[in-house]
Design a protein around this ligand. Structure first.
Ligand SMILES: Cc1cc2nc3c(=O)[nH]c(=O)nc-3n(C[C@H](O)[C@H](O)[C@H](O)COP(=O)(O)OP(=O)(O)OC[C@H]3O[C@@H](n4cnc5c(N)ncnc54)[C@H](O)[C@@H]3O)c2cc1C
Length: 410
């Protein structure tokens, strides 16, 4: 069904040759979710993806419950479950199992998958919905303005115009630089090492996400379909070495067990089935991710510290919010700005809570130890003192009272 918001301006645009409503630069989760959603509503969408085939790059594979709700809204939750993903209903944070279906605002589990399989599945679904997908194509330049366009590589330097260009080109997005968006950065003091494992002696129903404040570390273990688990260790940059390459697997395991003792058993016989690689977890974001016919979605709009596992959920929310704005508003310039306002609100809610949690649970300094001494006994008594934005999402209220409750100041 071609929505009115699409139909009115499209009529004029059809005069120009082969114009698209939307061109996405990139074909990751953000782009393919949006492409599918908009193609289903009758938009003419072109997806340009550099990779001919996705490979394991050690990327996020756990969608928290508020992101699962977004996938439901986009009609991709069931698709992912039927193809490559599985529900993880419990989380262990180090002090007892939490049932996500009973205790999150969405009453949903976490969803886990192999990232590259999810990417292929969603891109195929976008194509199935009617989007045109070109693989192995690199965008070399974009033009902003009333009739934006992308220029793709190759001898002919093809220029393709659209009503809206969507930059979904991931971490360190080059498109956002070309379009002149000011980028803000927050340097975080840690690296995150990740590796795909088999032969893990742990439940496939539970994910582990445990901070060790004394060491300034965090460990995450996410069961995937089959017998695979993605394991992550976040460790201080000043630890003295960077965990990279297969030869460091034993060190990864022993350092993980220092963070959370039961891992010594869980990981005693593990084998790696993918690269062991470490990443900088610094944040970078654009305050208002829309201007001059170009919208930023996913990591291109905001790359947040993966310790808190929000990136995939933000990508899904961006696709859903942008879809809703574009299909309910014939003025796409206004729709772009409304999307950007909402993105900014959501990003800052999660970013603020992440800062509080980092101070309390991930900082080995004596100042943070003093804050913990005051806060922890009260949190043990009443765990609802910890704001639940990371699992239940940015629509929860956020105010000074919540911060005071977390830090045991009231
Ligand atoms: C170690 C690590 C662990 C993480 N863990 C989690 C987690 O557990 N949960 C979570 O929610 N998030 C996690 N994240 C974050 C999550 O991976 C990202 O937020 C998410 O993948 C972003 O998706 P995207 O579609 O915006 O970008 P991407 O998946 O990076 O897609 C961008 C695409 O654009 C293509 N591209 C780039 N430039 C061009 C160009 N010029 N022309 C054409 N194509 C181009 C690329 O090939 C790529 O396919 C993690 C990140 C890291 C680094």
């Amino acid at each position: 069904m071609l929505d009115q918001a699409l139909a009115a301006p499209k009529k004029e645009l059809e005069m120009a040759a082969q114009i698209y409503d939307i061109i996405t630069v990139g074909g990751g989760i953000a782009a393919s979710s949006l492409a599918k959603a908009m193609a289903e509503r009758g938009a003419k969408v072109l997806v340009l993806e550099r990779e001919k085939r996705f490979k394991d790059r050690v990327r996020g594979e756990a969608v928290v419950p508020w992101g699962v709700a977004e996938a439901e809204e986009l009609g991709t939750y069931r698709l992912l479950r039927e193809t490559c993903a599985h529900d993880v209903p419990y989380v262990e944070g180090g002090s007892g199992l939490r049932d996500l279906r009973a205790t999150t605002q969405q009453q949903l589990p976490l969803l886990s998958f192999q990232h590259q399989v999810m990417q292929e599945t969603l891109l195929e679904a976008a194509e199935g919905a009617g989007a045109e997908v070109r693989r192995g194509v690199s965008v070399e330049r974009i033009e902003c303005g009333a009739e934006p366009a992308v220029v793709v590589d190759g001898h002919s330097q093809e220029r393709v115009p659209a009503r809206l260009v969507v930059a979904a080109d991931g971490r360190g997005s080059i498109v956002r630089k070309w379009a002149g968006f000011p980028v803000r950065e927050q340097i975080n003091a840690c690296y995150m090492a990740g590796v795909l494992l088999t032969d893990v002696h742990a439940s496939t129903e539970t994910c582990y996400a445990v901070f060790n404040p004394e060491l300034g570390t965090w460990f995450g273990l996410f069961p995937q379909a089959g017998d695979r688990f993605r394991a992550y260790l976040v460790y201080p940059k000043n630890a003295g070495c960077r965990l990279q390459g297969e030869s460091m697997l034993d060190l990864f395991v022993s350092e993980s067990a220092k963070t959370y003792a039961p891992l010594a058993d869980y990981l005693a016989e593990v084998k790696s089935v993918g690269p062991l690689a470490s990443f900088d977890v610094s944040d970078s974001w654009v305050e208002h991710p829309y201007r001059d016919g170009v919208a930023l979605v996913g990591d291109a709009a905001a790359t947040s510290d993966p310790t808190f596992g929000q990136g995939l959920s933000f990508a899904l929310r961006a696709a859903r919010v942008l879809r809703d704005e574009l299909t309910s508003n014939s003025d796409w310039e206004a729709a772009g700005h409304r999307y950007a306002d909402e993105h900014q609100r959501c990003f800052h809610a999660c970013h603020t809570v992440q800062g509080w949690l980092r101070t309390l649970f991930q900082n080995p300094s004596t100042e943070s130890a003093a804050l913990r001494a005051k806060a922890m006994p009260l949190i043990v008594e009443d765990p609802t003192r910890v704001p639940d934005h990371i699992l239940s999402g940015p629509d929860l209220p956020l105010n000074a009272q919540m911060r005071a409750r977390l830090f045991g100041e009231c």
